[in-house]
Design a protein around this ligand. Structure first.
Ligand code: NI
Length: 155
């Protein structure tokens, strides 16, 4: 079990593009385990991306509480439909909240933690969390898209 310190938004590493995983092996499984351990060590997190641990690899984990927790490797949004205002925060921007325009429904292609291709069709909260975490892999934080960004929880 390894709990990492979650990197916060002053660190330029969060602005970098993460690299694709070419071979799914024990190293990717270790990153997934570390992501879940670190996520579950937070009070509020529903998802975490590898760059938030300082690892520039395309891996995310998600546990919204509405479905089984899962990890995705090399996730890519292949379709998006609709538009939705989303009130967001981020473990890497602990004091910030803001409204972000997100797609309502998306389709994501990825590999699961065993390296098998998966396609996920998501709407509602899961769709938002997926878009937020996939943005992390591109070096994008929600505060780059949010209006307004506030330090006050009462957005
Ligand atoms: Ni985040």
């Amino acid at each position: 079990m390894a709990i990492f310190k979650i990197i916060t938004n002053e660190d330029p590493i969060l602005r970098k593009q993460s690299k694709k995983i070419t071979v799914v092996d024990d190293r990717s499984k270790k990153i997934i385990d570390d992501l879940f351990d670190t996520l579950y060590n937070t009070d509020t997190g529903v998802g975490l991306a590898a760059p938030q641990l300082g690892i520039l690899k395309q891996i995310i984990v998600i546990d919204t509480g509405e479905e089984e927790p899962f990890a995705l490797i090399n996730p890519e949004i292949i379709t998006s439909e609709g538009e939705k205002d989303s009130e967001e925060g981020c473990l890497s921007c602990p004091e910030d909240y803001g409204l972000v325009k997100r797609a309502e429904r998306i389709t994501v292609e990825a590999l699961n933690e065993d390296g098998n291709p998966v396609t996920i069709e998501a709407e509602g909260f899961l769709s938002i969390v997926l878009q937020h975490e996939i943005d992390h892999l591109k070096g994008i934080l929600f505060i780059d898209k949010a209006t307004p960004v506030t330090k006050d929880k009462q957005v």
